[in-house]
Design a protein around this ligand. Structure first.
Ligand code: IMP
Length: 201
């Protein structure tokens, strides 16, 4: 494959979440792929019981829909003293980021154990070959008593990484990448993706 065709391979981020898309665009900066956003109107029902099942069904449906390689991420926050909730239902916990954050803080009111982990599953699918890659990442932390920080998205303002004393919303995108669940999953994906691209070269 010539350098030209190599660098013109496209990958679509199959997500309507602008926070996730922003992170992925920055992650892909050093990979020879043209990163595109999914066209509006693409929706998939998340019927899986695990993050990996949901990421896989979203990536496959998106690749069929678009005819291009697609990356899908399913992620969420699992809180120990809530038996892992909101977990795969993190997006459906309430109708907006602010309401989700408020509901979680209310549920944890008076609870001593504030341990939680962010999980992220990422799948890449091609229209011809189906799932090409799947990886998972995790980040352990604590739920704060009130929101802190203006960056990030979703539950970021109430998730603190103890080794830093910072919430994800107080970190730069690079700091969140190096410590976070999505960055950890992407690091594994990047190695495997480079191998696949080299084999195609
Ligand atoms: P889904 O993966 O699109 O189903 O969304 C999962 C839910 O978890 C959404 O409410 C996201 O905002 C939230 N979420 C996923 N990843 C993160 C993250 O890195 N930071 C904060 N919230 C997240």
């Amino acid at each position: 494959m010539t350098l030209n065709s190599f660098s013109s391979r496209k990958i679509i981020i199959a997500s309507g979440n602008i926070g996730k898309v922003r992170e992925f665009k920055s992650f892909f900066k050093h990979l020879p792929l043209v990163v595109l956003e999914m066209s509006k109107g693409f929706e998939v029902e998340e019927t899986g019981e695990t993050f990996l099942q949901n990421a896989s069904l979203k990536a496959l449906a998106a690749a069929q829909f678009s005819g291009e390689w697609c990356l899908a991420d399913d992620s969420g926050l699992c809180v120990e003293s809530l038996d892992g909730a909101p977990g795969v239902r993190s997006a459906r916990y309430a109708s907006s980021d602010a309401k989700r954050v408020n509901r979680l803080l209310k549920e944890l009111d008076g609870k001593k154990n504030r341990r939680a982990s962010f999980l992220c599953a990422i799948c890449v699918a091609s229209p011809e070959k189906g799932i090409l890659l799947k990886v998972e990442g995790r980040c352990e932390g604590l739920i704060t008593h009130s929101p802190r920080g203006l960056g990030g998205f979703g539950y970021d303002p109430i998730f603190e990484v103890p080794s830093t004393g910072l919430t994800f919303a107080e970190m730069t995108i690079e700091q969140k990448r190096s410590l976070g669940h999505r960055g950890s999953a992407f690091a594994q994906l990047e190695d495997q993706l480079r191998k696949i691209l080299n084999e195609m070269d």
